[in-house]
Design a protein around this ligand. Structure first.
Ligand code: NAP
Ligand code: GFB
Length: 328
């Protein structure tokens, strides 16, 4: 039986992580490409998924049997705070067009991608798969959060009315090669890597925004990629699945900045700009359900320092073509 996997958002951080694993893991190994599988990694230059006609044409071209739906308007705290409506509307349009076409083209499976920032800001911790809709998300990203929550609702409606096997994954903050380093829209880790690199290059202070106190869990894109591949092949429940490192891996923004300073060998002045927002203080996610499901796969998370070093090396080697916000 031929399996045709369409990866929307295939040109981005997570999409390129999946491409790296499929291209480098031994064929027919637990996370490698299986016989009879074809993988298609697409970005917005092939189809603007906000556009129904273009999305339909994309499905006609690839006739996918399976979809990993990563395509989205994505960004860090500060761009989310500035563009709440764009993050709501663009992602609602993208998600509805992809799920509608996946239904029309009778796809056997769709995994969409949520995020731990969709969770209620005020809820008993740790976050688990049952708490997504138990209250309002944090003010800073309510546009993105509500659009992503709606995907869970859409999946349940497609399953209920048509029996479609549509589900979703909930990663924590992700980092790795091919990340977005544009200081305007970047997430914290790539932003700190880029800003520390510039401080070292220009002999200026390294400035971290906010107090440095908020806590986050970070998953390496190449680890997340393996978990998406496992979920595609082994998980058929409509309930979303948290894909994350453990709660004990929660680190402060200051600890992340310290690790970036070490990884880049920065020796200059290093300070915090507390006039900038801290955003949500923490969003600790439990990966208990995931660990129970993958215990026999031999999967191991990459140690944070090693993953950060590999990401920094990719950034330094690809600075000229990376998304840095400077004119290409
Ligand atoms: P990214 O690096 O910014 O990549 C976004 C991808 O979506 C790119 O391939 C981009 O294509 C595509 N895309 C954007 N707008 C599009 C449009 N209108 N039509 C078609 N394609 C479009 O983002 P990422 O970090 O890999 O995110 C992947 C998924 O993970 C997203 O669903 C995101 O919400 C989720 N997520 C990310 C994080 C994180 O920390 N990064 C955490 C949790 C969840 P082009 O590059 O060709 O424009
Ligand atoms: O990754 P981030 O932008 O988003 O991290 P969230 C924000 C935290 O990092 C805040 C601090 O506490 C900021 O004060 N920070 C320090 C910085 N320096 C910087 C910097 O230069 N850039 C950025 N961006 N932050 C996002 C959601 O929340 O999580 C998104 O807004 C998405 O929608 C993403 O879900 C995964 O972790 O706060």
């Amino acid at each position: 039986m031929s399996v045709r996997v369409l990866v929307t958002g295939g040109t981005g951080l997570v999409g390129q992580g999946i491409k790296y694993v499929i291209d480098t893991e031994p064929a027919n190994s637990p996370f490698g490409k299986q016989d009879g599988e074809e993988w298609f990694f697409v970005g917005s230059s092939e189809a603007d998924l906000r556009n129904a006609e273009q999305t339909k044409k994309l499905f006609e071209k690839y006739k996918p049997t399976h979809v990993i739906h990563l395509g989205a308007l994505v960004g860090g705290l500060f761009i989310n705070m500035k563009r709440k409506l764009d993050f709501l509307r663009d992602n609602m349009l993208i998600n509805d067009n992809v799920l509608h076409n996946a239904h029309e083209f009778k796809c056997k499976k769709v995994i969409s991608c949520l995020s731990t920032c969709v969770y209620p800001d005020k809820v008993e911790y740790p976050l688990d798969e049952t708490k997504i809709h138990l209250g309002l998300p944090h003010e800073s990203n309510f546009g993105y959060a509500h659009a992503k929550r709606l995907v869970d609702i859409q999946n349940r409606a497609y399953k209920d009315q048509y029996g479609d096997n549509f589900t979703s994954a909930i990663p924590t903050n992700v980092f790795g090669p091919h990340d977005n380093y544009d200081l305007e829209s970047a997430h914290v880790l790539p932003a700190l890597v880029h800003r520390c690199y510039l401080a070292k290059k220009n002999n200026t202070p390294f400035v971290v925004w906010g107090s440095g106190k908020p806590l986050r869990q970070f998953i390496y894109s190449r680890d997340l990629a393996k978990l998406f591949i496992w979920q595609l092949r082994n998980y058929d429940d409509v309930e979303p699945l948290i894909l994350s490192v453990g709660e004990d891996e929660e680190v402060s923004i200051k600890e992340v900045a310290d690790a970036v300073v070490k990884a880049l060998g920065f020796k200059g002045e290093y300070k915090f700009d507390t006039s900038k927002a801290d955003g949500q203080f923490r969003k600790p996610a439990s990966n208990k359900k995931l660990l129970g499901l993958i215990k026999d796969t031999g999967f191991k998370f990459t140690p944070f320092d090693q993953a950060l070093q590999e990401s920094v090396e990719w950034f330094l080697q690809n600075y000229e073509k990376a998304r840095t916000g400077k004119p290409q």
